[in-house]
Design a binder for this molecule. Structure first.
Ligand code: PLP
Length: 379
């Protein structure tokens, strides 16, 4: 019986045995038939998760590489872009566009709140933009923005829609074609149950016509080159073939469970965590109406430093949760529930959190927390 730590952070996530086994297999030749078969399998599964008949291009990088690819292939220097942001990762997408010479206007919302599509529409009416940049699941605040509605107003304004789905692809429905999202960036180490190191750039079937000419300076992250290679069952550069094998295994697991069941389980685990918040004498940080199904952000109670809570939960229980980022450091803690997470993992985490909060002077009714989570979290 292994005694692995339990990762309840918003990525990297716990690795299923089947993925570990695939990662440990002998290397394959990246220009050979075996790699082509892996790419084909990954492509098929990812397109289903992305909800597109377009392309799912694999890049060897962390998720930010796919964000950069999305920006540099679909915008040219000087293009106006509206960055919808309410947290660290929305901000990053705008920062990348600005770093490569786009003229970025920020459409900012309060951290913990969801972006309002009407406000986005007003901003788009006030000026002409080439693209709207938006994170779907804002990991830093535990909020899922209404991407479908934001994409709808962006499409009405004739904009290209670039979305960061790094912390939710594979855990919640993403319907690129239906919503009119042109490009999606995602990463391996979240709902896809892999170590970090693979990025996914989803490009919608009609999106290539929007690809910027000439686009921004790029070389490694040229999606046209990636697409041309993908047509031959290859990638332009040497891919991380072990991660491809792991991804194929992860996609097999998702298919075996059933994509709809996987989404339902993520939702149930999120509901379980949220159900324990009030009985624990705690308060949600994110707007409950837009609370994420992959990560829950909770206010640290008065007198509790959330960084200290995270440390104690780890050291005493081998359960890893996250604190807040940037200005939220010390003020919130976040519980990730993505990938393999099941109800016993949620209950173990809540017990660890409740125990350490009590030790830090915040009395909470542990039995009520666990009861609430257990009854809310049945899939
Ligand atoms: N976008 C979101 C929403 C994320 O949660 C993360 C990582 O946590 C990233 C982007 C960056 O991904 P990476 O660290 O893999 O580059």
């Amino acid at each position: 019986m292994r005694d692995d730590p339990l990762l309840m952070i918003p990525g990297p996530t716990n690795l299923p045995d089947e993925v570990r086994e695939a990662l440990a297999r002998p290397s394959v030749y990246h220009r050979g038939d075996e790699a082509a078969a892996l790419l084909d399998r990954c492509n098929r599964g990812l397109k289903e998760l992305l909800g597109t008949s377009g392309d799912a291009l694999l890049l060897t990088s962390s998720g930010t590489g796919a964000m950069e690819a999305a920006v540099t292939n679909f915008l040219s220097p000087g293009d106006r872009a509206l960055a919808v942001q309410a947290g660290k990762f929305g901000e990053r997408l705008g920062d990348i566009a600005a770093a490569f010479g786009a003229d970025v206007t920020r459409c900012e919302f309060e951290c913990g709140a969801a972006a309002d599509p009407n406000v986005v529409a007003e901003a788009l009416a006030a000026n002409e933009y080439k693209a709207v940049l938006c994170v779907y699941n804002e990991t830093s605040t535990g909020v899922t923005h209404p991407l479908a509605e934001i994409a709808a107003v962006a499409c009405d304004a004739g904009c290209c829609v670039i979305a960061d789905c790094v912390s939710c692809l594979g855990g919640v429905p993403v319907l690129m074609d239906e919503w009119g999202v042109d490009v999606v960036a995602a990463g391996s180490q979240k709902c896809l149950m892999l170590p970090p190191g693979l990025a996914i750039a989803g490009v919608g079937a009609d999106a290539w016509e929007r690809a910027a000419d000439p686009g921004m300076p790029r070389y490694y992250f040229d999606l046209h080159a990636a697409r041309a290679s993908a047509a031959k069952g290859q990638t332009p550069f040497t891919p991380n073939t072990s991660l491809l094998a792991g991804l194929a295994a992860a996609l097999d697991l998702i298919e075996a469970e059933g994509v709809a069941n996987v989404f339902a389980r993520h939702r149930a685990m999120a509901i379980a965590v949220r159900a324990a918040v009030a009985p624990g004498g705690l308060a949600m940080f994110s707007d409950p109406a837009f609370a994420s199904n992959t990560v829950t952000a909770i206010h640290a109670p008065d007198g509790v430093d959330s960084s200290e809570l995270v440390k104690r939960v780890w050291e005493s229980h081998r359960v890893l949760i996250s604190g807040g980022q940037g200005e939220l450091q010390g003020r919130i803690f976040r519980i990730g529930h993505m990938g393999t997470v099941q109800l016993p993992d949620v209950l173990k985490t809540l017990e660890a959190v409740g125990t350490e909060l009590a030790a830090m002077g915040h009395g909470c009714d542990m039995a009520a927390m666990l009861d609430a989570a257990e009854s809310a979290g049945r899939v």
